[in-house]
Design a protein around this ligand. Sequence first.
Ligand code: ATP
Ligand code: MG
Length: 365
Amino acid sequence: MLDTALKLLREFSSHSYKAYIVGGFVRDYILGIKSNDIDITTDAKPKEIKEIFEDSCLPNDDYGSVTVISKGIRFEITTFREEKEYEDHRRPSVIQYIDDLYPDLLRRDFVINTLCMDEEGKIIDYLGGQKDIEDRIIRTVGDAKEKFSDDSLRILRAIRFATILDFQLSDEIEQAIFETKGFVRELSYQRKKEEVEKIFNSPNRDKGIQLLLKFGLDQELEIEHLEDVIGRDMDSSLVVWSQLEVSPKYPFHKNEMEMIHHIQKAMELNNLDPMALYTYGLYVNSCAGKMKDVDVKKITESYANLVIKSRDEIAITSLQIMELLHRGSGKYLKEIYDDVEREILYRRLPNELDSISQYIVEHYA
Ligand code: ATP
Ligand code: MG
């Protein structure tokens, strides 16, 4: 990954531009954490970047940043800039392209995110990022209150990094969050969800939850019952969401909603019960079971022992039922299937055509 990135930097210099890897990748590289994507900062303007990487650019015009895909790695390339006059506590209304790296670093959020790497792989550390990483501390670049008032997403980012990296927040950041947390309300629900989701997805999510509660950000985020969340050591953010009451404006995907709903349902059921396991599956029941301290090994065993795992495993087709009863298609078929399914699941009826046919004739003919 690094080799590909350094090659990309050399591509810039061969066109007489300056370019550096910046931010998350360098931070995580020093910490020995694998990155998903790489941010590059350069004095080349978006148009010029697109000219160099014509074939590998994604079509997006996201505040003068260009996305390039090289060897399957995603590079977010941004031109050196100064940002001014923030609107709605989120976006700068004035972006000015500049020629130097240093002022570009000053606009960034945290000192640990200002580290750069040049095309030789050498770390460039103007603001003391390496020391902060050593000290495991998150400090803003410049005045914290100003940084958070300019862009309140940075508040959630601070908590996200403190959670994921298990770093401490500087006293100044803590103070500033208390003073500016109200601006978090103005962020879009999409943004809020993305950040909170990253906190909930971290194995260290308990720390993030404690921090959100400590600053009263649960209220600003319109999230209720955060203090009561159990099973904080579990592997899915959905387990956390399923225990919360959140503003309906949060844009959950249909699949997420369904999953959350299923976990909530499974919480009310006996997770060793065949019908519960059959209806909601192993994963959802394991999530619910873990929260209730049910032995997950037992849940897995019970699931493996289910006679059928889906309706199409029932050993009779609707056509066969219709022939058996000399009837056409109709709602009664579903009723019979529900009944037969239940009998099979609870092992009162073997899953064989003859037994099922006999049962249907006895009860429905
Ligand atoms: P990760 O990619 O692991 O989420 P990151 O630090 O790389 O972490 P990105 O969102 O990819 O975060 O942003 C890249 C860099 O851009 C950051 O390291 C930081 O320097 C800067 N940055 C991102 N968002 C902001 C912001 N809201 N305010 C100021 N600087 C920011
Ligand atoms: Mg990044």
